[in-house]
Ligand binder design. Structure first.
Ligand SMILES: Cc1cc2nc3c(=O)[nH]c(=O)nc-3n(C[C@H](O)[C@H](O)[C@H](O)COP(=O)(O)OP(=O)(O)OC[C@H]3O[C@@H](n4cnc5c(N)ncnc54)[C@H](O)[C@@H]3O)c2cc1C
Length: 443
């Protein structure tokens, strides 16, 4: 018999059966590693929830109110008739959504995320991250749902289901590392590359610090997924103009605060069944500029296996974008947690009766490679680094590209294919995730 206040195994099974209806974990198959999850993410704005990406449901217009809806409609029509030259992210968004929707849903959030106004950010960011999303794409998606087709193409940003490891993305890398070691590979952890030694136009050694000692690794082929800025800084004989561009590459840093709470004040008003009927969102985007908070994750909805007691508790992750060394970054853990709790109360996500039984704060340096300042000249750095035939820059910070995990992996696959096939150019490696639009099958 469970202790008072603790869930019985029946409660958990009931919760999981509810989840199953939503395409979640199957209690009969607890040992499977990958779960099929539903992608539910919404925007929190004007103290209301909007679909993310924006949908054309009546609720969207009810939330916006008559006056805003009409204004948005006219501003969208204007953006269709008068296209701006796309010199910045602001131009990119206004061309696709109109000025009013841009001001409501993109302007403030982008500024929170990057610490820069969208007019100061390159349009490249939109092309890679927002893919083909626009009002026109949203309308096309709605129509294609009404008119069934044999094989429906869905814009990348609108995909609604995804496969997720039971214990989170780290499980993928633990599994990959174990496989690599099984095949005879050796992984050395906590080993920082400090210098890249070059000779006769090739990389010869990585000089690293390992547990306070300096060690050197020579090799025939070198990969680098460390930030481009750090790679260039630690490389011998780099010309001054290349050093200057690389040292000016900007990053946005990230602080996340995890809170274990007994309940949320916001209620599940959707028809999507969830364990204990919590809101179904994986992410809630916080457009509201009255709080610093950028995004909330609900870990129960990524995978209930991430939470010890998914019936009676909710692990939420609050995401803050900041710069290393700024006031927010320098807060001590408790101060930061109190700040986060206050913001959640202000937004009505939790209230004074919510019990916070555990917390954790994590800081991530250089979480987001940014597209401003010397980024416009990055091609010169790429050309310089490509001059080292046996050096392959891969991954997210390794290419200073806003790559997701899949793109980061593909850069490595491309590099290995080039080595195997003897291909000399590295263009295909740098070209991963640069197309302005692409489509994926919604399987
Ligand atoms: C908050 C956040 C949320 C994200 N969410 C998603 C998501 O939902 N889906 C998705 O697909 N992607 C997501 N991503 C992106 C994803 O995490 C990255 O695309 C991916 O981790 C990049 O892989 P990587 O190997 O290039 O770099 P990393 O995973 O950053 O690995 C680089 C490694 O190199 C190490 N390193 C750095 N410098 C040195 C050095 N000098 N010497 C030795 N080692 C060094 C670092 O410590 C790090 O371990 C997210 C990223 C962030 C920050």
């Amino acid at each position: 018999m469970p202790a008072q206040g603790m869930p019985s195994s029946d409660d958990i099974i009931t919760g999981r059966q509810k989840e199953l209806k939503a395409g979640g974990p199957d209690p009969e198959k607890e040992d499977r590693v990958m779960l099929l999850r539903q992608r539910v993410s919404r925007i929190y704005y004007l103290n209301k929830f909007f679909d993310y990406p924006i949908s054309l449901k009546p609720q969207t217009f009810i939330n916006m109110g008559f006056a805003r809806t009409v204004k948005s409609g006219f501003s969208y029509l204007h953006s269709c008739a008068v296209k701006r030259e796309e010199n910045s992210l602001e131009d990119f968004y206004i061309n696709r959504f109109g000025k009013t929707l841009y001001s409501m849903f993109f302007e403030g959030y982008t500024e929170k995320l990057w610490g820069r106004h969208p007019s100061q950010i390159s349009a490249d960011w939109g092309a890679q991250r927002v893919k083909g999303l626009s009002i026109a794409a949203v309308i096309k998606d709605v129509v294609s749902k009404i008119v069934p087709q044999k094989s429906r193409e869905v814009e990348t940003s609108l995909i609604e289901q995804f496969v997720y490891p039971k214990f989170g993305p780290g499980q993928l890398w633990e599994t990959a590392a174990a496989e690599f070691e099984k095949l005879g590979g050796k992984i050395i952890k906590n080993c920082k590359v400090e210098k890249t030694v070059v000779k006769d136009g090739s990389v010869k050694d990585y000089i690293c610090s390992l547990n306070g000692e300096t060690v050197s690794f020579d090799g025939d082929i070198f990969f680098s997924s460390m930030p481009v800025k750090d790679l260039v800084e630690g490389t011998d004989g780099v010309p001054d103009n290349i050093k200057e561009i690389a040292s000016g590459l900007p990053y946005r840093d990230f602080v996340t605060v995890g809170l274990l709470v007994d309940k949320l004040k916001i209620k599940n008003e959707t028809k999507i069944p969830t364990v204990s009927d919590i809101v179904p969102d994986c992410w809630i985007y916080v457009q509201d500029t009255g709080v610093k908070l950028g995004r909330i994750q609900i870990f129960n909805n990524w995978s209930p296996y991430l939470v010890k007691d998914p019936v009676n508790t909710v692990w939420i992750g609050l995401e803050y974008f900041c710069n290393e060394g700024d006031t927010f970054w320098n807060m001590d853990e408790k101060e930061c947690v109190d700040y986060a709790v206050d913001e959640l109360k202000k937004m009505g996500i939790i209230d004074g009766n919510t019990v916070v039984s555990d917390y954790h704060r994590e800081k991530v340096k250089k979480a987001y490679p940014a597209y401003f300042d010397t980024y416009k000249d990055i091609d010169k750095v790429v050309k310089y680094l490509d001059g080292f035939e046996n050096l392959y820059c891969i991954g997210r910070n390794g290419q200073h590209r806003y790559n997701n995990m899949d793109h980061s992996m593909v850069t490595a696959f491309e590099a290995v294919n080039n080595i195997i096939s003897g291909k000399k150019t590295k263009e295909n490696i740098w070209n991963v995730n640069t197309e302005a639009q692409y489509h994926e099958d919604n399987k």
